[in-house]
Design a protein around this ligand. Structure first.
Ligand SMILES: NC(=O)c1ccc[n+]([C@@H]2O[C@H](COP(=O)([O-])OP(=O)(O)OC[C@H]3O[C@@H](n4cnc5c(N)ncnc54)[C@H](OP(=O)(O)O)[C@@H]3O)[C@@H](O)[C@H]2O)c1
Length: 269
């Protein structure tokens, strides 16, 4: 699937509640979309324990505020996804919360970072260093996490491993070009999700993997590119997450490995 609009929207499927005493982990919870996902998980009383990762404590104030607001339910820990040693610690952190996981959401991503790291408008702007960084942050972590999280997902309940992707990573939908590194890294991310979903079907059949396009959302990442976005098409991160959680609650195992837009429709690869 992931290539046609003739399939009905996920929003026509029925909602599944997560079981009581579920565990969730949000990667990149210091970011705009990540922090809203963290809030949504804490508001859902099914999750007795939620783990949140941040790269830099100085930008993670929102997580610590939520930890005070929801005492005993939230643990934060530092994770830089460009360091495999940090990714290797994820299982140990999760073990402190128990043996099982019901929801993992990867909200980590980069589009720009300072003057030397900006999305490319033309071929002359390509640099190996920047291209590798896009893949290192936007693509590889989901594949590595699929391996590290697998033992925690192998239980009898329905579980979801969602990654925030981007429509500009759709090859079929690419009409305007540019943003070589970001687009290619999101296309690679989608391939990792699809491939891991096939292996999970065998090894953890109750886990649904999904790539989610959030729509243009008012965060640090989109800030420099919001100029041409009409106000009604620029979502707050809380609205985006409400829409994406609605999808997460409705996904079933027949849809594992697919690429969904914020409105529940399938996106072309
Ligand atoms: N906003 C949009 O319009 C839009 C549209 C399509 C797709 N997306 C996708 O949505 C996801 C969330 O983005 P956002 O809009 O919420 O942007 P954001 O506010 O900039 O959040 C990005 C998150 O990624 C984290 N991060 C970056 N590099 C990292 C690294 N090396 N290790 C660990 N964490 C790292 C950031 O940590 P720090 O806080 O430390 O920087 C932050 O938590 C991204 O995958 C993005 O590609 C966003």
């Amino acid at each position: 699937m992931g290539n046609t609009s003739q399939y009905p929207s996920v929003l026509q499927k029925k909602k599944h509640a997560f079981p009581t005493d579920s565990k969730a982990i949000v990667f990149g919870a210091s970011g705009g979309i990540g922090l809203s996902f963290l809030k949504a998980c804490l508001i859902d009383q099914s999750f007795s324990s939620v783990v949140a990762t941040y790269r830099d404590r100085s930008r993670a104030a929102g997580i610590f505020q939520l930890a005070n607001q929801f005492p005993g339910r939230l643990e934060g820990f530092a994770l830089d996804v460009t360091k495999e040693s940090d990714i290797n610690q994820v299982p140990d952190i999760l073990k402190q919360e128990g043996d099982s996981l019901h929801l993992a959401i990867n909200c980590i991503g980069i589009l720009h970072e300072g003057n030397d790291f900006q999305p490319e408008k033309r071929l002359e702007q390509l640099s190996t260093e920047n291209l590798l960084r896009y893949f290192q942050v936007n693509s590889l972590p989901t594949a590595l996490l699929a391996e590290r999280l697998l033992p925690f997902f192998r239980h009898r309940d329905r579980s979801v491993f969602a990654t925030v992707s981007a429509k500009v990573g759709s090859i079929g939908d690419n009409r305007s070009g540019g943003w070589y590194g970001y687009r290619a890294s999101k296309a690679a991310l989608n391939m990792f999700i699809k491939t891991a979903a096939i292996e999970y079907k065998r090894r953890s059949p109750n886990t649904i993997l999904a790539a989610l396009h959030p729509g243009t959302t008012d965060t640090h990442l989109s800030k420099p590119f919001q100029g041409n976005v009409p106000p009604e098409k620029l979502f707050s991160s809380d609205r985006t997450v409400q829409q994406l959680m609605d999808i997460i609650y409705r996904l079933d195992s027949t849809q594992s490995g697919d690429f969904f837009s914020w409105d529940g429709t399938l996106l072309p690869w």
